[in-house]
Design a protein around this ligand. Structure first.
Ligand SMILES: Cc1ncc(C[n+]2csc(CCOP(=O)(O)OP(=O)(O)O)c2C)c(N)n1
Ligand SMILES: [Mg+2]
Length: 616
C-alpha cells in the first residue's frame, strides 16, 4: 500500500504549495513566494489553520484589501518574469469577489496567480450562510462562478480528494508559457476542514523548469523567406521577450541584422532605451521614430506581443499595403493575429534560430541611417518635454523628467498603470535594464499602482521601486501603502494631483464632449474637496511631503533615499497638457448623432480616420 498522510483539504493545499520549487539564478527556491490572505468565516478555520502550520516555509502576508493584495500578487509574477508567483486566499462572498478585478488583470496580462477564494458549504445544510447570494434557479451557482471568465483554469472543490488532480492541473497551468494565467480553486468552507488520506507522493518536492518550445521547421523557413526580402523591416518587442528572458537575444538579433526595434507597454525595457536601434514606444503612445518605421514597414517581426489596439493604432498604424507580419509567439492564439505568418515558439529559441538561419543577412544600410536620424529627432523632442520648468503647474512630462533625473542609476523599477501617465511614460521614461519599467497596460487598472509597487518590491528587493500615480488612482486604492510599511518594503510614491480624471477629460474633449464628470470642478459638487494627499499618506505611516516645484520634487526624491520606509511625494500638476510629439490615432467611437456641434465635428473626423483602419 502506498503511504498516505491524513490531512484536511486545506492542509493538503498548504503542504502541496510549500513543496513546489523552481531554480532561480542557479539556486533552488520555492515557486510560491507566499500567500496573501484576508480571513473571514469562509477560510479562517480551514485555510487559516493550514497556513499557520507551514508559515515558516510558506509565509502568509496580511493585506488590507483583497483587490490590493491580488494586484500585489499579479505584480510579483510580472516582476519575476513569470518564474515565481503567489497565492491569495479570501473568505466567501465579498472577500472573494473583491479579487475579480485583479483576476482580470492577471488574465489579460497572462500572469500566473493562484486564487483560493472560500466558497459556500458543499453539504448545503446551513444554507443560506452569511454572504451566500442564493441563486433562485440553480443550486450549484455561487458568486465564485464569476471567476470563470477571468481564470485560465477554474475548479470548485466539493470533496477533499478532488484537490489532488486540481493541484496538479494548477501547476501545469501556472508554469505553462501558453496557458499561464490566473487559476481559481474555489474551496468550499466545509470541505476545507474535511480530512482525507492523501498519498504522501502529493507532498514530495517538485522542481519546475521553464519550457521553451522550438519553432516548427516550415514556419521557420517561411519566416526566413519573408525576412530575407525585407527592405524596411521593424521588430515589435512585447512582454513575451521579457517573460522568455530573451533580451540578450533580441539585442544580438537587432544588431546583427540591422533592424530597428519598437516596444509595446509590456515590452518596454526589453531593449535598453539608449540602444541605438531602440526607437522607443510604438502606437497610440508611440514615439515619432517608432511610428515612422511602423507606417512604412514592409516586414514586421512581432515578438511576444498581443497586438492590442494601443500597439497597432487600432489597426491603422501600418500603412504599407504590402506589409507582412511575422508573429513570433509562444501562443498560436497570438502568433496568427490579423493574418500574421505564425512562428510559434519561445521568443529566445525563435530569435536564436532565426538569426542562425539568416546568417549574414542584413537590412539595407538606409534603415540604420534612418534609425539614427529619427531617434535623434525624437530624443530632442523628448528632452524638450521633460526639461525642468518653473511653471506653477508642471505637466506630467516635466514631473517624469524630474523623477528620472532624481532617481538616477539603472537600479530602479518604475511602476504605473492608469491615467495620463502611462502614455507619457511609454514615450518618455528611459528604461535601461530588463524589468526596469513595469506598466500594467492590459487592463490599465486604476488602483494597481501602489499595490503593484509592493508586489514588485517583494520580487525585486534590491531595486528602487518608484510608483507614479494620479490623484484618481490614488483615491481608488491606496490601502496597501500601509501594508508596504507593515512589511518593511520601502517604496517611493509620487502622486500627481491634477484634481480629477485628467486623461478622460481630455478624451471627452477630443470626442466633442462637454467637460463633464471627470475633473472635480466639472462634477456635481456641493463643497469642493481639498484632498490633502500628504496628510493622508502620513496617516497611513508613510514619510510624506508636498512639493510646489520641479526643483523641490527632485530634492524630495533625493531625500527619500535616506528614509527608512515608504515615502510619498505629492505635486500639483496641470490636467490639460500632454506631449504632442509622437502618438497616433486611437479608435474611440464618437456618437453618430448629437445635439452638440462639437460632437458632430468630431464624428466627421472620426469617420475620416476610420478609412485608415485595416479590416481583416
Ligand atoms: C478601475 C478603473 N476604472 C476606470 C478606468 C477608466 N479610467 C482610465 S484613466 C482614468 C482617470 C485616472 O485619473 P488619475 O489617476 O487622476 O490620472 P489622470 O487621468 O488625471 O492622469 C479613468 C477613470 C480605469 N482605467 N480603471
Ligand atoms: Mg488626475
Amino acid at each position: 500500500m502506498a503511504k498516505t498522510i491524513r490531512l484536511t483539504m486545506a492542509q493538503a493545499v498548504a503542504h502541496f504549495l510549500k513543496a513546489q520549487m523552481t531554480v532561480e539564478g542557479g539556486k533552488k527556491v520555492p515557486i510560491f513566494a507566499g500567500v496573501w490572505g484576508i480571513f473571514g468565516h469562509g477560510n479562517v478555520a480551514g485555510m487559516g489553520e493550514a497556513l499557520y502550520q507551514v508559515r515558516e516555509e510558506l509565509p502568509t502576508l496580511r493585506a488590507h484589501n483583497e483587490q490590493g493584495m491580488a494586484h500585489a500578487a499579479v505584480a510579483f509574477a510580472k516582476a519575476s518574469f513569470r518564474q515565481r508567483f503567489m497565492a491569495c486566499t479570501t473568505s466567501i462572498g465579498p472577500g472573494a469577489l473583491n479579487m475579480i478585478t485583479a483576476a482580470g488583470v492577471a488574465h489579460v496580462n497572462r500572469l500566473p496567480v493562484l486564487f483560493l477564494p472560500g466558497d459556500v458549504f458543499a453539504n448545503r445544510i446551513p444554507d443560506p450562510v452569511l454572504q451566500q447570494i442564493e441563486n433562485f434557479g440553480d443550486g450549484t451557482v455561487s458568486v465564485n462562478d464569476a471567476f470563470r471568465c477571468v481564470s485560465r483554469y477554474f475548479d470548485r472543490i466539493t470533496r477533499p480528494e478532488q484537490i489532488i488532480p486540481a493541484l496538479k492541473r494548477t501547476m501545469q497551468v501556472l508554469t505553462d508559457p501558453v496557458d499561464c494565467g490566473p487559476v481559481t480553486l474555489s474551496l468550499c468552507q466545509d470541505v476545507q476542514a474535511e480530512a482525507y488520506d492523501y498519498p504522501a507522493s502529493l507532498f514530495e518536492e517538485k522542481v519546475w523548469t521553464h519550457r521553451r518550445p522550438r519553432p516548427d521547421s516550415d514556419e521557420l523557413a517561411a519566416a526566413i523567406a519573408t525576412l530575407r526580402k525585407a527592405e524596411k523591416p521593424l521588430i515589435i518587442a512585447g512582454g513575451g521577450v521579457l517573460y522568455s528572458q530573451a533580451t540578450a537575444e533580441l539585442k544580438a538579433f537587432a544588431g546583427m541584422h540591422g533592424i530597428p526595434v519598437a516596444v509595446t507597454q509590456a515590452g518596454k525595457s526589453a531593449l535598453p532605451d539608449d540602444h541605438p536601434l531602440c526607437m522607443g514606444s510604438i502606437g497610440v503612445t508611440g514615439t515619432s521614430a517608432a511610428n515612422a518605421f511602423a507606417e512604412e514597414a514592409d516586414v514586421i517581426l512581432a515578438v511576444g506581443t498581443r497586438m492590442q489596439d494601443f500597439t497597432t493604432g487600432s489597426w491603422a498604424l501600418f500603412k504599407n499595403d504590402a506589409v507582412t507580419m511575422i508573429g513570433l509567439n509562444t501562443a498560436a492564439f497570438d502568433a496568427a493575429k490579423h493574418n500574421s505568418q505564425p512562428l510559434v515558439a519561445d521568443a529566445r529559441e525563435g530569435l536564436t534560430l532565426l538569426s542562425e538561419t539568416l546568417g549574414g543577412w542584413k537590412a539595407p544600410a538606409a534603415v540604420e541611417a534612418a534609425a539614427k536620424s529619427r531617434k535623434d529627432e525624437w530624443m530632442a523632442a523628448a528632452n524638450r518635454a521633460t526639461a525642468a520648468t518653473n511653471a506653477a503647474l508642471p505637466s506630467d512630462a516635466q514631473v517624469i523628467g524630474a523623477v528620472q533625473r532624481a532617481i538616477g542609476g539603472d537600479n530602479s523599477v518604475l511602476v504605473c498603470a492608469a491615467g495620463g501617465l502611462p502614455g507619457e511614460l511609454h514615450k518618455l521614461w528611459r528604461a535601461n535594464r530588463p524589468g526596469g519599467y513595469h506598466m500594467e497596460y492590459g487592463f490599465s487598472c486604476m488602483g494597481y499602482e501602489i499595490a503593484g509597487g509592493l508586489g514588485v518590491k517583494l520580487a525585486r528587493p534590491e531595486a528602487d521601486v518608484v510608483v507614479m500615480v494620479g490623484d484618481g488612482s490614488y483615491m481608488m486604492m491606496n490601502s496597501e501603502l500601509s501594508t508596504s510599511i507593515m512589511l518593511g518594503q520601502k517604496l517611493t510614491i509620487v502622486v500627481l494631483d491634477n484634481r480629477g480624471y485628467g486623461c478622460i477629460n481630455r478624451l471627452q474633449m477630443a470626442t466633442g464632449g462637454a467637460n463633464f464628470n471627470n475633473l472635480l470642478k466639472d462634477s456635481m459638487i456641493e463643497t469642493m474637496p481639498d484632498i490633502d494627499f500628504r496628510a493622508h499618506a502620513e496617516s497611513m505611516g508613510a514619510v510624506a511631503v508636498k512639493v510646489s516645484s520641479i526643483a523641490d520634487l527632485e530634492t524630495a526624491i533625493e531625500r527619500s533615499k535616506g528614509n527608512d520606509r515608504t515615502s510619498v511625494i505629492v505635486i500639483d500638476t496641470d490636467p490639460l497638457i500632454t506631449t504632442k510629439d509622437g502618438g497616433h490615432w486611437w479608435d474611440v467611437a464618437v456618437p453618430e448623432v448629437s445635439a452638440r456641434d462639437e460632437v458632430n465635428t468630431a464624428r466627421e473626423a472620426y469617420v475620416k480616420a476610420l478609412e485608415a483602419q485595416r479590416i481583416g
